[in-house]
Ligand binder design. Structure first.
Ligand SMILES: [Zn+2]
Length: 258
């Protein structure tokens, strides 16, 4: 078990107090909440999947249109990890907090479904989801369920049951717009919250990185927990540098059991 310094424990206690007093709290989660579940931070330089290929060549909307085979081949190891991944103590802590009435919305940059697997609701997936796919020809949306297994096992590329066109997972690629409705909901949640907790996001990807600013502009509290510092550290009430899979459960414990 990790021994935490008195200062960190004090910050955890303070975070718990602010969350307990909140009426409309929002969480914003990024890749750092899923790395403890074995999902690589695929945007992170040096360690991620991007370092092995040029993302513009495989994971952009244009690349998908020209060579969907290349895209699907590149995605296969990541898709396998996503399907097999289980929620970790941070996801579970958020689900417990939501069940107790805290955190109206969880805005996530992740496409791994782990918040939902842990039992969370009102999850706004601003970078899309792997659960559904859309046809590139007739735009019919369909569940990924029956396509995932043949794809992961044999590399079979999913085709539309209606028209035979190639299906694209509803994850947001480079050069692709964020899902409009979800993005509006996320902005709305940030503009109407009294607290935003950033967990496991380095706040480097726009426009998502700007969401906490919208909350700050309305006078909301800001708590940041992440492995590395972010550009908003100076404006946060509390910054907890460390593993979110350790920190979030400790905060939840203080809120729910004290
Ligand atoms: Zn179709």
């Amino acid at each position: 078990m990790t021994v935490h310094s008195a200062q960190i424990l004090e910050s955890i206690q303070y975070a718990a107090e602010i969350i307990r007093k909140s009426q409309h709290a929002v969480a914003l989660t990024g890749a750092g909440i899923s790395t403890p579940s074995g999902i690589p931070d695929f945007r992170s330089e040096g360690t991620g999947l991007w370092s092995r290929v040029d993302p513009m060549e495989v994971a952009s909307l244009n690349a998908f249109r020209y060579t969907p085979e290349g895209f699907y081949e590149w995605l296969r190891p990541l898709a396998t990890q996503i399907i097999d991944a289980e929620p970790n103590p941070a996801h579970q802590a958020f689900a417990r907090l939501q069940a107790a009435g805290y955190f109206e919305f969880i805005i996530t940059q992740n496409i791994d479904n782990l918040h939902q697997k842990a039992g969370s609701s009102h999850v706004l997936e601003i970078h899309g989801t792997f659960r559904t796919m859309s046809c590139t020809q007739c735009f019919e949306q369909t569940s990924s369920n029956c396509f995932i297994e043949p794809y992961i096992r044999d590399g079979q590329i999913p085709h539309c049951p209606q028209c035979g066109g190639i299906l694209k997972p509803d994850i947001i690629l480079y050069g692709e717009q964020l899902p409009l409705q979800t993005w509006y909901e996320a902005q709305n949640a940030c503009q109407n919250c009294d607290l935003i907790l950033v967990a496991g996001s380095s706040l480097e990807v726009l426009p998502v990185a700007g969401l906490p600013l919208q909350a700050l502009d309305r006078g909301a509290h800001l708590i940041i927990t992440n492995l590395s510092p972010t550009y908003l550290g100076a404006r946060a009430d509390i910054v907890l540098l460390g593993d979110v899979a350790e920190i979030i459960p400790l905060i939840a414990e203080r809120i729910l059991h004290d």
